[in-house]
Design a protein. Sequence first.
Length: 625
Amino acid sequence: MSTPTTAARSDAKSGAKPATKAGEKAAMRGLILQLVRPYHAWLAIVLVAMVVEVLMSLAAPWPLKLVLDDALGTHHLPAWLEWAHQLGIGRHTLGVALFAGIATLAIAVIGGIASYIDNYYTTSIGQWVANDLRLKIYEHLHRLSLGFYDTAKTGTLMSTITSDVATVQNFASSSTLGILVDIVTIVFMLGLMVWLDWDFTLIAVAVMPFLLLFVFRFKNAVKKVTRDVRVRQSEIVAVVQEGLGQVRAVKAFGRQDLEVAHMEAASHASTEAALRARKVKSLLSPVVAVVVALCTGIVLWKGTALIIAGTMTAGALTVYLAYLSKFFKPVKDLASMASTIAQTTVALERIQKILGADDIIREHPNAIDPGRTKGEITFENVAFGYGADEGLVLRDVSFNIKPGQVVGIVGPTGSGKSTVVSLMPRFYDPGGGRVLIDGVDIATHKLASLRSQIGFVLQETVLFRGTIGENIAYGKPGATQEEIVAAARLANADEFISRMPHGYDSLVGERGDTLSGGQRQRIGIARAVIRNSPIMILDEPTAALDTESERLVIEGLERLMQGRTVIMIAHRLSTLRNADKIIVLKDGIVVEEGTNDELVAQGGVYAELHRIQYDTPPATAAAPA
């Protein structure tokens, strides 16, 4: 019998990823249906409008047939239009021509109205489908665990949200029902052509099977080159995102030429891929044009012979030629759409790859909301690794932190300090063992409830686009101005915010680069203060600060830590002198626990770290003058 914890982790690891090509196609079909289902009423309107367009397209050549065969031939309307005599039309040649002209105008007006309705609603559907798809992808990305982002490329994700969604939008706006209407048009026109002259029609469309075979084979080639183009375009976005995101470091090291070279290589690869794709796509139009010309030539030759023989009228041949042209237009459109379909298929594959990612921290079906916790934290035989091929970072880690304790976590680089604190809010789930808060396995907690119990002050506070007040309130949506100011005062941030031209309404630059490191850290502390969480994680928050900034930040931290359970990752051991307990990690296991003085006296791993930081290094021989 599985425990709730085991079930939760099993749910987290059970995937919905399609394992086969058939599964992938089924998933994409399901995605498309899910996206268009809310707009079924609009789709019905579009479908009706398109049917009207098809009917008007089919009717368009017949006024010309009336003029050629009836106005210039018999000089009166055919029997099936006898009803027009009641309107005084068709008694003479010009009357027939007048009726043909009125019919031409009516067909154009009705077709124009149907076309407007079709275009308006298809564009609306495309825009809203793109909107829903963007939100669906972005929401899913925020549900994925940090494990997904350990290997994913940000540039590729950005390309999918922008370029691939735009491709789907264009397809939904202009092609989805267009394909259906083209197929309906082909069927209707083929029926009318057979009705006009069935054996003549068979001669005219004899090449159709070969053309369709070519189109389907062509589609696979286009899909292959399109996928390569998409990959290259994603690499360009990744290069731009990385280069501009680290522009300060680039300038500091004078490596602008290197970044330009990276961009040049990515851009050249994308250009070459696009040219290869164009080479394949350019083959389609000439082939279809030659086939259309061949069929038209056969019809002209054979039709002229039939007219001479008296078995076909000039009007019938004209209608037939018009239908033949219209018949091959949807065929040509469908052939041209092979490229569009291939691009859309590749876009949907990339989108489905994100939506199919199942690296999600899942809640247990009966997850609980324990309310405000006391702050006791227990690790029981916890093991964890970031990937199957990377080995374990933590191996059988066990310790207990009492409510209200200030606990330091130290150890050599790579010992697993950051991994330990990442498991507490379930950024990752352990591969073995349990993490408990107040004696309850956190796998049974609701995620929102669990994470609301934990506040963070990191080594580098990340600020978001917006005002300083909004950045402080990021830790507590709906916070009042009084709460924001009170939190800033406790964090020693009010003194510099008040001096700014717009105070708490001052805008910060991207990532807060317009503020100093100490100012950003104090805003980060204010963000944690306003959250008022019973558990606080501090990840070396003063490591990169000058002496004066460090003093102000420490004062804010001391106020923040009062009455809370505090876990502090520290490389500067002086910050842990007054900690209630220090946990020492090495090679993924807990090797020592105790206070600063106890661990120094033991002469173990902590004592060695302490000696390296504070003891005088061994004397060396003096260099010759």
